[in-house]
Every structure is written in structure tokens, then in C-alpha cells.
Ligand binder design. Structure first.
Ligand SMILES: Cc1ncc(COP(=O)(O)O)c(C=O)c1O
Length: 387
């Protein structure tokens, strides 16, 4: 049978880091040792209290659908978390549980975007966002960001790209791949700009728990009239459970609920019940120790990369990524990453995964592996670069 895919499929790019991971795994299956600095997921397993709660949920028969908006006790736990940790009052009704931040992004964008409408986002940025917009017949509009702008959009950059068709501004703080945080005053100015132009703001805060700069803030402090997306994947170490959430303006909750009922019915029930334990004192202690370990890895890796000839123009304040300028070592980061994988046994991600803004100059290093492995990775890179 001839395969005939929908036209929008021509615009969807593969997520190259997943292909790179597959290539690295193939080399490992052939007996090669690979240091993994490409994967954007914690090397730590899910904390034990959450696992135990998950097992208990299964034993108790929590295997049926929850409401599309999610398990009420989990929504309440998230509301409590905002109040206790960030001093923000969020009504439980505004919190919807989703299958990961991925599910939340698709849900929110699907409720908002008409064909032909534009969504403004940073380049470099999380690659799937563009593809979500294409699927809806929308148009991603990228703003080139650089070390000069802290690798984030700010309100001064918006007028140059803004058109009548702009319906949403999609931000991420801390960002993937750069780990940088949007300063509170910049966030405030962008929310004001978007609202003045009749557009909505969506802030992806999936890395919010992984912030190394205090005090941590959420964009929800600044407005009730924005969408904030978060997830149990990164800080909470639950990537494979597929669980996230969205905080929405009150007026959109009905639409989100209606679409969630159709798109995926509900997020995984055992995962939702387990995630209630993610906010226990015992779990939070485990998670905060991990934040400290990530910080130590970051602080080890940055000077080592600089000594190798990479430039790290901005110290990332969050997430577990370093977006390093490799132009002193190569003028083709994709080719460099391929060579490093095959010759040195180190997996790193070329800038090409994150957009069209000078991708050949950048490589993303994920410090989602232990310190000894990072040291071995640096040693291998040193040998490779010395040629
Ligand atoms: C910025 C950003 N948003 C969303 C996601 C999706 O995460 P998940 O669906 O696992 O919650 C990721 C995953 O890497 C990410 O980096």
C-alpha cells in the first residue's frame, strides 16, 4: 500500500536527540562505552516514596479513569505546593493534570490556535513546540535569542516580529537548551505586551524545581491571566510516568476539560495517585539533594568545557543543560557531535535540534549523568580535541 501522510507531516522535524540516543545505544550494544550527555532526563530514578505510592495505588485497584481534569487530591496537592513553596494562591479548579508537559502544551495550543495564527517563541528553544503549532495549521514565529539577551526573549524584541496574526507568546523559564531564567521584570513586560496585543502568554516552567538561583519565582505571581505548564518529569524524576499539569485562566478551564476528554480522556491514574507523594517532606528532601548534585555537576563542567575551548557565555541558572559555543573548535556542530560520538564515545546534542539560529555554533551538554562519568567524558573530549 502506498503511504500518504497528511501535508503537515512534511513540516514536522524528527527530534534528533532521540535519534542520537538510538545511535549511542546501538554502539553500546556493539560493546562500545558511551558517556551520555545528550539525554534531557534525570539519571536518578523516581524517589522511593513515589514508587511505593504507585505500587500501593495499583494494589488498591486505582486502575480506572479519573476525571479528564485529573485526580482531585493531586490537583489539591499542586495548589498547596504553589501556596507553601511560592506563596501563590491558585484555585484547584484552575489546575488540570495532563500526560506530561507534552500533553499540556498540545492541549493548551489546541484550545487556542486557529489555522494561520502565529505563536511566538525563542530560537534556540524546545524543538517540539514548533511542531505542535504546525499540527494545528498555525505558524511558529521565532525570535533569535543570544548571550546578549540571556538566551531569552524580552519585550524589546517583540515589536520586530509581532503581526496581527500573533495569538500566543510561548516562553520557557528555565529554558531548554540554555538553562536560562527570564528575569521577573522581563516576564512582566512581556505579559503586558502580549495582553496589550490581545494575545495569550504560555509559560513552560517544567524546569522550575531545578533552579540554582534564589529566590525562585513562577510567572503565576505576576498574572492570573496566563497559562503555566509544568511536569513531574524533570525535578520530580518521573519522566516515564507521563504526568504534568497546566494552570489556566479560569475562563479557559471548560474548554480545556472538554478537549482533554476527547484527546486522552485522562492522565494515567496510578501515576496521578503516586504523584501525590511527590510533595511529601521525605520526597522533597530527596529532590532537594538532587538539585544540589546537579548544581555541583554544572559547577564542575563549565570550567572544564571552557578549558577545552568551548565558550559558555551565560552561566545557566536552571535545568540541567549547558549551551556551549563550539565555534573555536569547529564550524559544524552536527559533524563534530557525530565524530565525538563515534570516535570518542561521548554523546552530546548539536544545536540543530533547537532551531535555525546559528545551530552550527552550539552544542548542548546535559549533565544528567554522575560526576565520575562527566569527568570521563571531559577526558575523552580532551583526547579527541587534541587530535
Ligand atoms: C522545555 C520542555 N518542555 C516540555 C518537555 C516535555 O516534557 P514531558 O512531556 O516529559 O513533561 C520537555 C522535555 O524535555 C522540555 O524540555
Amino acid at each position: 500500500m502506498q503511504c500518504k501522510h497528511a501535508a503537515h507531516m512534511d513540516k514536522i522535524q524528527p527530534f534528533r536527540v532521540m535519534q542520537l540516543l538510538a545511535e549511542a545505544r546501538k554502539l553500546e550494544a556493539e560493546g562500545r562505552s558511551i558517556i551520555h550527555m545528550e539525554v534531557g532526563e534525570p539519571d536518578f530514578d523516581t524517589p522511593q516514596p513515589i514508587i511505593e505510592a504507585g505500587i500501593q495505588a495499583l494494589k488498591e485497584g486505582r486502575t480506572h479513569y479519573t476525571p479528564a481534569t485529573g485526580e482531585m487530591a493531586l490537583r489539591q496537592a499542586i495548589s498547596d505546593y504553589y501556596r507553601q513553596q511560592l506563596h501563590i494562591d491558585i484555585a484547584v479548579e484552575r489546575i488540570l493534570i495532563t500526560p506530561g508537559a507534552s500533553g499540556a502544551l498540545q492541549l493548551v495550543l489546541s484550545v487556542l490556535i486557529n489555522p494561520g495564527e502565529q505563536v511566538v517563541m525563542a530560537d534556540p528553544g524546545y524543538p517540539c513546540n514548533r511542531n505542535f503549532v504546525y499540527l494545528l495549521g498555525g505558524e511558529p514565529v521565532t525570535v533569535d535569542v543570544s548571550a546578549q539577551t540571556h538566551f531569552q526573549i524580552n519585550a524589546d524584541l517583540l515589536p520586530d516580529v509581532w503581526t496581527e496574526q500573533c495569538r500566543a507568546l510561548l516562553l520557557a523559564s528555565p529554558s531548554n537548551p540554555t538553562g536560562t531564567i527570564i528575569a521577573r521584570k522581563d516576564m512582566q513586560a512581556m505579559i503586558a505586551y502580549a495582553h496589550d496585543h490581545d494575545a495569550v502568554v504560555i509559560v513552560d516552567e517544567i524546569y522550575q524545581g531545578l533552579c540554582y538561583q534564589q529566590p525562585v519565582y513562577s510567572a503565576l505571581e505576576l498574572s492570573d491571566d496566563i497559562f503555566v505548564i509544568n511536569s513531574f518529569s524533570k525535578y520530580f524524576g518521573m519522566t516515564g510516568w507521563r504526568l504534568g499539569w497546566v494552570v489556566a485562566p479560569e475562563g479557559y478551564v471548560g474548554d480545556l476539560d472538554k478537549l482533554a476528554q476527547n484527546l486522552y480522556l485522562a492522565a494515567s491514574t496510578p501515576a496521578q495517585v503516586a504523584a501525590i507523594s511527590a510533595f511529601n517532606v521525605e520526597t522533597v528532601q530527596i529532590l532537594q539533594q538532587r538539585v544540589e548534585i546537579y548544581r555541583q555537576r554544572r559547577d564542575y563542567l563549565i570550567p572544564e568545557l571552557e578549558a577545552l575551548g568551548f565558550k559558555v557565555p551565560i552561566i545557566p541558572d536552571g535545568a540541567f543543560y549547558i549551551y556551549a559555543d563550539c565555534s573555536a573548535l569547529t564550524d559544524d556542530s552536527l559533524d563534530f557531535c557525530q565524530q565525538v560520538l563515534h570516535q570518542a564515545g561521548v554523546a552530546i546534542t548539536p544545536g540543530l535540534d533547537f532551531g535555525d539560529n546559528h545551530p552550527q555554533k552550539y552544542i548542548r551538554f546535559a549533565y544528567t549523568t554522575d560526576l565520575d562519568s562527566l569527568k570521563e567524558g571531559v577526558r575523552r573530549l580532551r583526547t579527541f580535541i587534541a587530535g
